[in-house]
Design a protein around this ligand. Structure first.
Ligand code: 5GP
Ligand code: ZN
Length: 118
C-alpha cells in the first residue's frame, strides 16, 4: 500500500522517533505548529477516525496510552492537546489515522483555535 505513514512506521521513510511499542509509533511532525508537535499513529493502517470500529478501537486506546507516556517522558506537566483531523473539511492530508500531540505553549480554545471557517 502506498501510504506515507505506513512507510514511516516501517522505517522505510526516515522520521524522528519519540515513542514506539508493538502497536504504536510516535514521531516529530515535519512542519510543527507548536514548540512540541508529535504525531502518534497505530502501526496498522486505518485511513482515519471515521474507520474506527469495534475490531480496531483498542489501537486508539494504545495511542492514548502512548500520549500519556510521552507526556511524562518529555516533561509536559503543564499540559498538552491531542487532535485528530478526519476528512477534507477537517484538513486531513495524510489518510492514515494519526493524532497530533501539541504542547509547549498556552493554547487557545474557541472558534478561531479549533474551527476556522472561510
Ligand atoms: P493532517 O493534516 O493530515 O492532520 O496531518 C498530517 C501531518 O503530517 C501534518 O502536520 C504534516 O506536517 C505531517 N507530515 C506530512 N508529511 C510528513 C513527513 O514526511 N514526515 C513527518 N514527520 N511529518 C509529515
Ligand atoms: Zn497507512
Amino acid at each position: 500500500m502506498d501510504c506515507l505513514f505506513c512507510k514511516i512506521a516501517a522505517g522505510e521513510i526516515p522520521s524522528t522517533k519519540v515513542y514506539e511499542d508493538e502497536y504504536v509509533y510516535g514521531f516529530k511532525d515535519i512542519a510543527p505548529i507548536a514548540p512540541v508537535h508529535y504525531l502518534i499513529i497505530p502501526k496498522e493502517h486505518i485511513s482515519g477516525a471515521s474507520e474506527i470500529t469495534a475490531d480496531n478501537s483498542a489501537l486508539v486506546a494504545k495511542v492514548f496510552e502512548a500520549a500519556a507516556k510521552i507526556a511524562k517522558s518529555e516533561g509536559l506537566e503543564s499540559g498538552f492537546r491531542v487532535i485528530t483531523n478526519c476528512g477534507d473539511d477537517a484538513g486531513q492530508t495524510v489518510k492514515h489515522l494519526h493524532f497530533h500531540l501539541l504542547a509547549g505553549v498556552k493554547m487557545g480554545w474557541g472558534s478561531e483555535a479549533v474551527c476556522p471557517v472561510e
